[in-house]
Design a protein around this ligand. Structure first.
Ligand SMILES: [Zn+2]
Length: 273
């Protein structure tokens, strides 16, 4: 709905001058960190021992206010869902001791925004890049219904979260390990993963399932997974084109559950280093 979109824009736009790095780090500190990062060997960046307060996690809000991603069954843009959940995940990680966690909000058109994300991740000596999204379905699976007086689209056929990693990422194994830990935590919370990505009906969206127990897929074509020099995972937190799941994703209970699961997985990941 137009109204909901403007509410989200009002909520986010003051924060989105270009890129929001919600951490106490100054520009000088970031530049200094970038210099150090350049001097480091790539493999050390994500293979280094994990000290919670120094471990640099970037929580990326998928899409931008202008290029908002999918539209939910009730016509709310994906960007708003991503923003609310990513902000919660960031807060949760910080409260659990990952003080260097940053929320990354990007503006502008879709494609340039991907490279902005990658450049922030790579310049900022990031240890872990986590991109937060919400899922939809290919257009040809959409059905129509009327919501709030407007012709709207939905598909109740699929539901669940999914995790994506790229084999082109220099820390593919590390990324896969973390994705599996997140998937495991989500499963332990009683949530199920979206299994449709292996099906022919998904067409060009079909993916290789790397972990059939917890729903980790391979997706090499994603810029934020393949071009980042740190370990990188993309989380599709749930389907907002599914009418029931959209309601669930809007609830603070589900958001808390997912944020808690992600934070627990990152905690476990760090403890094992
Ligand atoms: Zn998305």
């Amino acid at each position: 709905m137009r109204q909901s979109r403007s509410i989200i824009a009002a909520l986010v736009s003051p924060l989105v001058a270009s890129i929001l790095l919600s951490s106490p780090a100054s520009v000088g500190e970031v530049k200094a960190a970038a210099k150090i990062a350049k001097a480091r060997l790539k493999p050390l960046q994500s293979a280094a021992k994990c000290e919670m307060p120094r471990f640099r996690i970037v929580v990326d809000v998928g899409h931008t206010p202008e290029s908002y991603g999918a539209l939910s069954a009730r016509n709310d843009p994906e960007f708003g869902f991503n923003f609310r959940l990513a902000r919660l995940i960031t807060a949760k990680l910080r409260s659990e001791g990952f003080a260097a966690t940053r929320l990354l909000v990007t503006d502008g058109k879709a494609r340039p925004s991907l490279f902005k994300r990658v450049s922030v991740a790579n310049d900022g000596k990031t240890d872990l890049f986590l991109s937060v999204h919400h899922d939809s379905v290919p257009d040809r699976l959409l059905e129509t219904w009327e919501f709030d007086g407007a012709n709207s689209y939905f598909s109740d056929r699929f539901s669940g979260h999914s995790l994506f990693v790229s084999e082109r990422n220099p820390h593919f194994t590390t990324s896969l390990t973390l994705a599996r830990m997140i998937g495991r935590q989500l499963k332990e919370q009683g949530l199920h993963y979206a299994s449709q990505y292996t099906l022919p009906v998904m067409g060009r969206y079909r993916r290789q399932l790397l972990d059939k127990d917890v729903g980790v897929y391979r997706y090499d074509g994603l810029v934020v997974l393949s071009q980042t020099r740190s370990a990188a995972v993309l989380l599709e937190a749930g389907s907002i084109i599914n009418r029931d799941e959209e309601m669930a994703m809007n609830s603070s209970e589900r958001q808390d559950l997912i944020a808690g699961a992600v934070a627990a997985a990152v905690g476990e990941f760090c403890a094992r280093r």
